[in-house]
Write a new protein. Sequence first.
Length: 378
Amino acid sequence: VVERAAIDPQGIDEVYAGCANQAGEDNRNVARMATLLAGFPDSVPAVTLNRLCASGLEAVNQAARCIAVGEAQLCVAGGVESMSRAPWVLPKPEGAYPVGSPPVYDTTLGWRFPNPQLAARFPLLSMGQTAENIAQELGITRAEQDAFALESHRRAVAALNAGYFAAEVLPVSVPQRRGAAHIVDVDEAVRCKRSAHGFELDTDMERLAQLAPAFREQGSVTPGNSSGLNDGAAALVLMSAARAQELGLRPLARWLGAASAGVDPSVMGYGPVPATQQLLARQQLTVQDIGLVELNEAFAAQALGVMRKLGLRHEITNVNGGAIALGHPLGCSGARILVTLLHEMQRRAPQQARPYYGLATLCVGVGQGVSTLVEWLA
């Protein structure tokens, strides 16, 4: 991203990276390790932030705030997560010769080493169970969730065929034991297959309906209407207007502000609702003023619930598919949805009246939400 922006790494004041799990190779400040591996000068500092699912967006917000108060002029911000390589962990024994088998936790997703006092106050529900709570509370049916999931995949396939993701996806070369390296340039979670005509949707309502509930015996949340377990990384360059002018660069968009909010952990998916309401109130705007929205699709039930409560129109929300189709690598997703939002705003800008606002928002495990507002400038 620094090369694309034609930025001298020596001029970077800080690198911010969001990461949620940090139990594997991403431990010990993955942001700093990434800058060193990227060949940045040793003098460029870096910090890793953790707000679970919103970590990547939190990194962008903290970078923007740092620039706003004059402590930096140029920052790189984003997020990273490798859920496929998240390790198993076990606690150290309290005695020298423990009896029995210690608990082993999978750090990919969810609770580990839960605090007993927290467990006494709140049921330690899985994320899927919180989505079931929203579906039950709002009367969101299984058919509605499956239809939303199918539309996410349909939109993603249409975007692939239109070449919309080409500008925002950096191809990754994966060495093979034999033969040429394998190039990954398409998100693997999209339910599609390649054909002579491009990409074809490879799921339907019938197949989605065959999937069993994953979190409750008589539930409606399934693997088909939930986001997957994925790896990913995303990054953006932020700078002050003065530094952009100094470097002869034309900014694409302006960061206007961000807000975070807390909600009942048992319905954590509602988090974007109060976060967005607070953000819009500060900016003296309404939902009707927003031209484009990226709402992270942790679950179809959660996304539908947020859209209903905020009054978000599906026609301008996740227009190229969302996390159900593209994946939800936890610490990366906040930055990813902002990158996707900005690219789509760029495509639509010639037909949009000004000011042209975009909203990126995510729910966060243990009951939070984060929202960010940008204005298109280019």
